[in-house]
Design a protein around this ligand. Sequence first.
Ligand SMILES: Nc1nc2c(ncn2[C@@H]2O[C@H](COP(=O)(O)OP(=O)(O)O)[C@@H](O)[C@H]2O)c(=O)[nH]1
Ligand SMILES: [Mg+2]
Length: 366
Amino acid sequence: MALKVAIVGLPNVGKSTLFNALTQTAAAQAANYPFCTIEPNTGDVAVPEPRLDALAKIAGSKEIIPARITFVDIAGLVRGASKGEGLGNQFLANIRDCDAVAFVARCFEDDDITHVEGRIDPLSDLEIIEMELMLADLESLEKRLPAIEKKAKTGGDKDAANTLRLINLALAQLREGRPARSAKVDPDDEKAWHMLQLLTSLPALYVCNVEEGSADKGNKYSDLVAERAAKDNAKAVVISAQIESEIALLDADERAEFLETLGLEEPGLNRLIREAYNLLGLQTYFTVGPKEARAWTIHVGDTGPQAAGVIHTDFEKGYIRAETIAFDDFVKLGGESGAKEAGKMRAEGKDYVVKDGDVMHFRFNV
Ligand SMILES: Nc1nc2c(ncn2[C@@H]2O[C@H](COP(=O)(O)OP(=O)(O)O)[C@@H](O)[C@H]2O)c(=O)[nH]1
Ligand SMILES: [Mg+2]
């Protein structure tokens, strides 16, 4: 599951600074799994996961393979973009194939850096961007509506009737000036809802780009954004793109020292990724052996077979059981054999709901 996050925002809010810093920091954090550029604006980075390093050390794993997350720096989003201003519709297509959207809001003051709207006002910046995305959704749904209505009416087509109902659910929100994510969607409808490919139904993360001195606690602007996020079913993270780009240039020791002087426990990248994981209802399990220690991304609530399916569909189909050790037990008892002797290795069947941090070994038939 390659998680893809679109970085959006008005020009000059710090998107590219953040993007460059994130990808460089991630590269520095996982030297054996370097950041690679797919396209100039797409960065594939390793998810920072200290637990994985601990497991690999105990098991003497030759290779460490972290989970991946992709960031896409979406340029050209301005007022009127849905009507083709700026790079117009091109960026909309780029957002459409992402799993989540990180809205970067300018929460720093600097007279040398022009603001396209001529003032610092992160809430209305977010509104401008969200408005463009809502207009794009409105337009795409209204374009599809007549054909779907016809199909649903004449054919007795059950899928079309269902799609029509969901389109109307989304339109009801959008016409009231609210993003599609405000709609109450039945869990049974999640899949079909997702297939509508709406920009404003993607989970949203508000990234407050603050000046250096506010990186730990935020400022008056980021407080407003956090308030707004709570109302919008979104999450907010405070970050200083400037600091992140300085962190990116440091080695591990210097970085720890630098973070401490700023009152930060970890780079913003880690927080950003963690929030993206929470937002998307994701968690991690591990496979550990002498060859490699690897982190896998699954949904909260996934069962043993579903977790196995992330590695290979055969693992899911032929699933028998998973020999499972909790992360804490694995570390406390010095690895697999210690955990086994202490009775902490469980054989988990098909109904087992995987817990974050489980170390798993799958038994399956093919
Ligand atoms: N003072 C200050 N300047 C910043 C900060 N983040 C970005 N900038 C500057 O703002 C300008 C625009 O940044 P950029 O990342 O290119 O913005 P983008 O258009 O959103 O991609 C650049 O000159 C950056 O150096 C910040 O946190 N503080
Ligand atoms: Mg840029």
